[in-house]
Design a protein around this ligand. Structure first.
Ligand code: SF4
Length: 441
C-alpha cells in the first residue's frame, strides 16, 4: 500500500470546504510555516528533493532560489493549472476535491517567495473548477488565511483565478504569462527567464498545481521525512492519472518505489488490461513523452524491472526508455494501431502550434499529413523515412518545447513500431478497413 500524502483525505465527504478541511488538520502546515522564516522553509523544500510535477521534473527548491529580488519590485507566484497534456488529469482531481490543499500550499509558497498577489491560471475547459477555487479562496480569506496581515505576521496575500481560453500552448510557462497579461499566448524567447522577468516583467515563479500542493505535507512532516519516501532523486509521492485500455482508470498516488508491472496489474491501481487483452504499449508521462512497447516498459534493456519513477522510466534514454513527464499514464492494448494513434497526436500538436517558428508550424502539419496518408494505406516506404527526417528537424530547433513534444511521439513510434508503418504501406486495402493490431494479433 502506497503512502498517501496528497490524497489521504480525498475520500472524506465535504473535504472541499474549509470547515471539514480544517477539522482534518488543514492549515496547520501554514500556521507552522508562517512562524518560520522564508529561508528556513526554502531549506525544507530543498531538503525534500521535491521535483516539479508538471513534467520537467526540475527541483522546486532550486527553482525558487533563482527568483530575483530587486529592491521595490513586486514578485509573483503563478500556479500553472492549464493541465492540457493529453492523458493528464491529476491536477483537475486535486483542484476539484482538495482546493484548500492548493490554497494552503500557495499561501506557504507565496510567503517564501514574497508574493503578495498570486495567481492560478486554469485551462478554459475546466469550466466548473474556478467556482470551486474561488469559493475556497473566499473561505480561506474569511478565516484569516488570506488577505491582510495573515495570522498577525504582517504578510499580505491575495490569490486570483484566471481562466484560460483552451489553448494547449498556454501550459508553457511564458505563453501562460503572456496570456495572463491579456495577450495572445505566444511563448517568449528565453532568457530572460520568468525568475528574472516574468509576469509584467517582474520576477515570477511558475509552478504546477501538484508541486504547490506537495508543499503542505513537506512542511507537515519536514523535508527530511518527505525525502525518505520514494527512491533516489524521486522523492515523495507522485500523482498518476491512468487511462486507456485498463480496468480501473483514475488518479492514483504512488510512492515511486513500485514497479510499472505492479502499477498496471495490481488491483490497488490499474487492475490489469481491460477485456483480458494483452498489453501492447504505454505512454507513461502524457502524450509528449516517447511511447514504449510492453517489453521495454516492464523491463529495462538489462532485464531489470522498470519502476514508476523519474530515473527508471528514463533508463536507456529515448532509445529504450521514456519519461515520467506529467504522470499521464496512457495504456494501449494489443488491438490498438500505433500509426493511427501517432496520427491523432500529430493532428493535436499541429492544431495547437502557435505558429511562431517554422519547424513547428510547418513540420507538425507535414507530419500529420504523411501519417494520415500512411494510415489510409496511401503511403510509400520512403514516407516513413521522410517522417523520421521531419521530426529530427523539428526537435531542438524551436522556441518552446511544443516542437520537441510533437517530434518525440513520432520518433518513438517509428523506432519501436516500424513494422506497423510498413504493414500499412504493404497492405493498402487492408489498412483502410482494419488496423495493424486487429489484423496481426
Ligand atoms: Fe509556437 Fe511551436 Fe514555436 Fe512553441 S515550438 S513557439 S508552439 S511554433
Amino acid at each position: 500500500m502506497s503512502k498517501k500524502l496528497l490524497l489521504k483525505d480525498a475520500h472524506i465527504e465535504g473535504i472541499r470546504y474549509f470547515e471539514t478541511y480544517r477539522k482534518q488538520g488543514g492549515y496547520t502546515a501554514a500556521e507552522k510555516a508562517l512562524k518560520m522564516t522564508p529561508e528556513e522553509i526554502l531549506e525544507e523544500v530543498k531538503t525534500s528533493g521535491l521535483r516539479g510535477r508538471g513534467g520537467a521534473g526540475f527541483p522546486t527548491g532550486m527553482k525558487w532560489s533563482f527568483l530575483a529580488k530587486p529592491e521595490g519590485v513586486p514578485r509573483h507566484l503563478v500556479v500553472n493549472a492549464d493541465e492540457s497534456e493529453p492523458g493528464t488529469f491529476k491536477d483537475r482531481y486535486l483542484m476539484e476535491f482538495l482546493p484548500h490543499l492548493l490554497i494552503e500550499g500557495m499561501l506557504i509558497s507565496s510567503f517564501v517567495l514574497g508574493s503578495n498577489v498570486s495567481y492560478i491560471y486554469i485551462r478554459g475547459e475546466y469550466s466548473w473548477i474556478p467556482d470551486i477555487l474561488e469559493e475556497a479562496i473566499e473561505e480561506a480569506k474569511a478565516a484569516g488565511f488570506l488577505g491582510k496581515n495573515i495570522l498577525g505576521t504582517g504578510f499580505d496575500c491575495e490569490i486570483y483565478v484566471q481562466r484560460g481560453g483552451g489553448a494547449y500552448i498556454c501550459g508553457e510557462e511564458t505563453a501562460l504569462l503572456e496570456s495572463l497579461e491579456g495577450k495572445r499566448g505566444n511563448p517568449r524567447l528565453k532568457p530572460p527567464f520568468p525568475a528574472v522577468k516574468g509576469l509584467w516583467e517582474r520576477p515570477t515563479v511558475v509552478n504546477n498545481v501538484e508541486s504547490i500542493a506537495a508543499i503542505v505535507p513537506i512542511i507537515d512532516i519536514t523535508g527530511a521525512e518527505y525525502a525518505k519516501i520514494g527512491v533516489g532523486r524521486s522523492t515523495g509521492t507522485k500523482l498518476i492519472s491512468a487511462c486507456g485500455n485498463i480496468n480501473k482508470p483514475g488518479v492514483y498516488e504512488i510512492d515511486m518505489t513500485i514497479t510499472v508491472e505492479e502499477f498496471i496489474y495490481s488491483d490497488e491501481y490499474c487492475g490489469g488490461i481491460a477485456n483480458g487483452k494483452k498489453l501492447k504499449a504505454c505512454i507513461p508521462g502524457g502524450s509528449s513523452v516517447p511511447i514504449v512497447p510492453a517489453n521495454l516498459l516492464l523491463r529495462t534493456v538489462n532485464g531489470e524491472p522498470r519502476y514508476m519513477n523519474y530515473e527508471s522510466l528514463a533508463d536507456g534514454g529515448f532509445a529504450t526508455g521514456t519519461m515520467m513527464g506529467s504522470g499521464g499514464f496512457i495504456v494501449l492494448d494489443e488491438d490498438q494501431c500505433i500509426v493511427e494513434h501517432t496520427m491523432t497526436l500529430a493532428r493535436f500538436y499541429h492544431h495547437e502550434s502557435c505558429g511562431q517558428c517554422t519547424p513547428c508550424r510547418e513540420g507538425t502539419g507535414w507530419m500529420h499529413k504523411i501519417l494520415k496518408k500512411i494510415e489510409k494505406g496511401e503511403g510509400k516506404m520512403e514516407d516513413i523515412d521522410l517522417l523520421w527526417d521531419i521530426q529530427r528537424k523539428i526537435e531542438g530547433n524551436t522556441i518552446c518545447p511544443l516542437g520537441d513534444a510533437a517530434a518525440w511521439p513520432v520518433a518513438a513510434a517509428i523506432r519501436h513500431f516500424r513494422d506497423e508503418f510498413e504493414w500499412h504501406v504493404k497492405n493498402p486495402e487492408l489498412s483502410q478497413t482494419q488496423n495493424y493490431g486487429l489484423a496481426n494479433y
